[in-house]
Design a protein around this ligand. Structure first.
Ligand SMILES: NC(=O)c1ccc[n+]([C@@H]2O[C@H](COP(=O)([O-])OP(=O)(O)OC[C@H]3O[C@@H](n4cnc5c(N)ncnc54)[C@H](O)[C@@H]3O)[C@@H](O)[C@H]2O)c1
Length: 329
């Protein structure tokens, strides 16, 4: 069996954020229309090491794409091992016969497909005239989210960033300046200053307690909650969620391991608190934002269908450009 091996280096830069948003949008559409198989993520908890590992299979039936990703999240990796918090590997399979088509690095794919979902949420849920954005956490996912944000709002006026590590926040600002010369970008000292009157807030920390509080958030804000993707993680004061219209990527997965998991387990929120899945908004089954005063929250846990759709595009591009290396398994 000939299998295409693709390294992170070969994958980096292969996709634009716009291309990723297009295929991820299609994956959300397929899910909303009932043509996707995607059991919730399966977790192993490496609690001694403040980390976990997830297995994520998905099958997009009408697109004929099946994949399985294995991904970890170890927030202490950068400091302890000089490794990223999140690393992944993906297998692409042929649903016709189960043949393995490709083994590829999944770390860049994870960042771009997560950013694509974040970009779609901003496109569908943020106020049309959004001018300011705040980033809480400026690591790997934040960088990718930045490119998605700027592809939706290229004329944003100001981006504020707050990270526990000043050097990370400062290099984030340099990325903003390289990508968007008209946009003012500033490092701020704390989360409250960052989110004050921001139209869009993007949180990408691995926090297990709220980092954003209710009194700091103005009406009309859209918040992309990206960091909470495992049980016990949370970034928002539940009081924010109580007065927000909550959109999730997947009800089951978000309830188990998304931003809403802690308030749900404490009875602060209930199933009825979820307004819609993002895919339902994309296909027009449910409304998105309906006024400039609503606070909208997108609870992203990261879906295996996002990986499947992105991986297929990477595979096709790599084949047509003759990138990668064939191995016999
Ligand atoms: N939703 C998804 O689909 C998805 C996908 C990938 C990763 N994630 C999750 O996103 C989180 C971040 O992943 P990453 O790859 O960007 O990690 P990273 O280590 O590259 O970045 C995280 C950053 O957050 C900063 N930080 C931590 N606590 C903070 C606080 N209270 N205020 C401000 N900054 C703070 C850290 O200093 C670090 O720079 C993890 O929890 C990861 O599991 C979610």
């Amino acid at each position: 069996m000939k299998v295409l091996l693709l390294s992170e280096k070969e994958i980096a830069g292969l996709l634009t954020i716009e291309e990723a948003m297009e295929v991820v949008k299609n994956a959300f559409r397929e899910k909303a229309l009932g043509h996707a198989q995607m059991p919730s993520k399966v977790y192993l908890n490496f609690s001694n090491y403040n980390g976990d590992l997830r297995a994520m299979p998905a099958y997009l039936e009408r697109l004929g794409v099946a994949s399985v990703k294995i991904v970890n999240s170890h927030p202490e990796n950068p400091k302890k091992f000089g490794m990223p918090t999140v690393s992944a590997v993906v297998l692409l399979l042929d649903p016709k016969n189960g043949a393995l088509l490709s083994i590829m690095g999944g770390t860049n794919i994870t960042a771009i497909r997560t950013a694509a979902a974040g970009g779609l949420a901003i496109k569908y849920l943020a106020k049309r005239k959004s001018k300011t954005a705040a980033f809480i956490g400026a690591g790997v996912q934040a960088r990718a989210q930045l490119f998605a944000l700027l592809s939706v709002f290229p004329n944003l006026e100001e981006i504020r960033v707050c990270d526990l590590l000043p050097v990370t926040a400062e290099s984030f600002v340099l990325d903003v300046q390289k990508t968007c010369s008209k946009c003012r970008s500033i490092v701020v000292q704390n989360e409250a200053e960052a989110v004050h009157d921001a139209d869009i807030v993007v949180t990408t920390t691995p926090s297990k307690k709220p980092v954003i509080f209710d009194s700091w958030i103005s009406e009309g804000t859209h918040i992309n909650c990206i960091g909470a993707d495992a049980p016990l993680k949370q970034e928002l004061d539940p009081a924010i969620l109580k007065r927000s219209k909550i959109f999730v990527d997947d009800r089951e997965q978000a309830s188990h391991s998304g931003e809403i998991n802690v308030p749900l387990s404490k009875g602060i929120l209930s199933d009825k608190s979820i307004w819609a899945e993002l895919g339902d908004v994309i296909v027009g089954k449910k409304s998105g934002r309906t006024s400039n005063d609503e606070i909208t929250v997108f609870d992203s846990t990261g879906l295996a269908i996002q990986d499947a759709a992105t991986v297929e595009l990477v595979y096709n591009k790599a084949k047509s450009r003759k990138i990668g290396y064939h191995i016999e398994i």
